[in-house]
Design a protein around this ligand. Structure first.
Ligand code: ZN
Length: 126
């Protein structure tokens, strides 16, 4: 490869060639007073490149904030749900409410939750 020959350099690096063409076109446009067109197209190109990235980062941030992963309070099945939404446990079918990043049972008002505790019987001889 001969580095002194600009033609050989351009044919070996097509990316340099396209950037040079781009710069020449920008320079010509600004010479004939169409610099605003170049600026507008650069702004549009920037928006096209930045918008998907911003959307991706925003979606990632929203998912991190909204997704709750916890065990079902009834059957201890590992669940994933969105914060402040209702869902049904796929394992036991219980309706659950997600609030404050925790799963809660959806019960009608006045329902009292009790937990059964097994007590071993002891025979006391007198
Ligand atoms: Zn469950």
């Amino acid at each position: 490869m001969n580095l002194n020959n600009p033609r050989a350099l351009l044919s070996n690096y097509p990316a340099i060639k396209s950037w040079l063409i781009f710069l020449v076109v920008v320079w010509l446009f600004s010479l004939i007073g169409l610099g605003w067109l170049v600026k507008l197209s650069l702004i549009l190109l920037g928006l096209v490149l930045i918008t998907p990235l911003a959307l991706f980062l925003g979606l990632q941030w929203w998912l991190k904030r909204s997704l709750v992963q916890e065990e079902c309070p009834v059957c201890s099945f590992e669940l994933v749900g969105l914060n402040n939404r209702q869902l049904q446990c796929p394992s036991c079918g219980e309706n659950l409410q997600v609030s404050d990043r925790h799963f809660h049972r959806l019960t009608p008002p006045g329902t009292i939750d009790v937990q059964a505790v097994e007590v071993s019987a002891q025979v006391v001889d007198d």
